[in-house]
Design a protein around this ligand. Structure first.
Ligand code: ADP
Ligand code: MG
Length: 356
């Protein structure tokens, strides 16, 4: 029979995308400057994420994959950011229950020696062995959902779509992560490993975009640099906590949107990639209402193509909820209605100023 743990582990790991999201965020949290994501057979056989981050301390080997264990609490003094991004210690624990799973990790002091960690389905450490490894951590997830036949079948059936979705998500991480080299490869069956895309240690997001979509793409883009002063106390039905938010220090009322967007008129050599990515405080998020606002304002300029959008919303962590979806990728802005109105006006001005 299946344990309760296996069934409840559906919370953070629901698909290929959530595996990639959790592992890449762990690598970034570990201070990695280089991250390699390797798919085997589009992710059906394996997803491996290798980083050159701090590695895992031997003191943590026993506990890292236990449910609700996290080593990150003490490093974040701001409780708010804890709640919003949910350092809940569930990813590794879920992966033990949902796949064949192991980790190889090495810290700076370990020389070329690493430790392979294997776990029980419950997340309990099963055993360790010494292997060759560079500093950092490699997490290997094989045959995702191997012990949940229905979900495994679904994954197999939808793998093309799932694989494209996960590449889009990884594009977003690679675009936003300045100073971090991110490469993604795929090996289909016994075939050769192909590099899907790779960024360098770029100082800015423009170069990341050029690495992924080609240098010419930059010709098609104009900078986004918008700033809105929000007043949540005016919002109908504003809750007490929202009013409190408005009385906090200055920065909290401000929403900035920075990034890049297609020129309103696409000329020769200015093809725009068909891609729209949104971030909240640099974390990739689904923001369908914002996408709709951009598309609406852009439409009169270009009836055939929707714009490339790379938009990072900078706002106080009290100004939104992220726990509306289990995978934390859909978020709810408290001031969404007001923001959308302001955004449309600002985009109208921006496009009008570049209408040539
Ligand atoms: P959380 O990220 O919420 O802490 P996870 O289940 O994702 O929970 O990870 C559990 C713990 O495992 C982390 O707190 C961290 O100590 C360790 N860990 C996971 N991945 C890595 C990594 N790539 N490098 C270093 N430590 C890691
Ligand atoms: Mg994590």
């Amino acid at each position: 029979g299946r344990s309760v743990h296996q069934i409840q582990s559906g919370q953070v790991i629901v698909d290929l995308c959530s595996v990639a999201k959790e592992l890449v965020e762990n690598a970034l949290d570990a201070g990695a400057t280089s991250i390699e994501v390797r798919f085997k057979n589009n992710g059906l056989d394996a997803i491996e994420v290798q980083d050159n981050g701090a590695g895992i301390s031997p003191a943590d080997y026993d506990t890292i994959a236990l449910k609700h264990y996290t080593s990150k609490l003490s490093t974040y003094d701001d409780l708010t950011s804890l709640q919003t991004f949910g350092f809940r210690g569930e990813a590794l624990s879920s992966l033990c229950a949902l796949s064949k799973f192991h980790i190889v990790t090495a810290q700076a002091a370990d020389g070329a020696k690493g430790t392979k960690l294997e776990f029980e389905v419950s997340g309990k450490l099963k055993g360790t062995s010494v292997v060759a490894a560079k500093q950092g951590t490699t997490v290997v997830v094989e045959t995702l959902f191997n012990n949940l036949p229905v979900r495994r079948k679904e994954l197999e059936k939808n793998i093309k779509r799932e694989y494209n979705k996960v590449l889009h998500l990884l594009n977003a991480y690679a675009c936003i992560s300045t100073g971090v080299k991110i490469s993604v490869s795929n090996q289909v069956q016994k075939g050769k490993k192909t590099v899907v895309f790779a960024t360098n240690h770029n100082p800015n997001t423009k170069e990341n975009i050029a690495n992924i979509y080609g240098t010419k793409t930059l010709l098609a883009l104009i900078p986004l640099n918008l700033k809105f002063e929000m007043d949540p106390s005016n919002r109908p039905g504003a809750t007490q906590s929202a009013r409190n938010w408005s009385t906090q220090d200055d920065g909290s009322k401000e929403i900035k949107i920075v990034g890049h967007v297609s020129r309103p008129v696409v000329g020769e050599g200015r093809q725009t990639p068909d891609r729209q990515m949104f971030f909240v405080n640099s974390r990739p998020c689904n923001m369908p209402q914002l996408a709709k606002a951009f598309n609406e304002v852009y439409k009169p300029y270009n009836l055939t193509q929707s714009p490339f959008i790379f938009a990072d919303l900078k706002l106080d962590t009290n100004a939104y909820d992220v726990n509306v979806s289990p995978d934390k990728r859909t978020i709810l802005l408290h001031d969404q209605t007001a923001l959308l109105e302001n955004l449309k006006t600002a985009l109208g001005d921006l496009f009008a100023g570049h209408d040539q």
